[in-house]
Design a protein around this ligand. Sequence first.
Ligand code: 5GP
Ligand code: ZN
Length: 114
Amino acid sequence: MCIFCDIANKQAPASIIYEDNLSLVFKNIRPSAPIHLLIIPKKHIDSIDHIDDKDEALVGHLLCVAQKVAKQEKLSGYKLVVNVGRDGGQEIFHLHIHLLSGWNNAKDRDIIHN
Ligand code: 5GP
Ligand code: ZN
């Protein structure tokens, strides 16, 4: 169990944007873009380094959710980022995709986020 499991189980608060039976999307508490969402599987998986063949459909689902949420939020463009492992900048060891968007200039948009 971890903080993102707690959010998925509604044991910790979060600003939830989207939910289905496999996944949850909520706002990052410390956004590094005007729109900064986190897409997680409800099932705890430490990181991309910890997935196996049985997780293929679930990981694909998370990308479909990213697209769905972007449509829902009427985003014209966005970045998806996955940090993997401590040396990849991962802080929370529950798999998540960062969805970043909402910049109003290319300079802010094209710095490396997270
Ligand atoms: P990572 O560095 O692991 O890829 O990203 C973890 C992200 O989770 C960070 O950007 C951080 O701001 C966010 N975060 C950490 N704890 C919480 C929390 O309790 N609630 C929310 N909404 N975001 C969190
Ligand atoms: Zn977890």
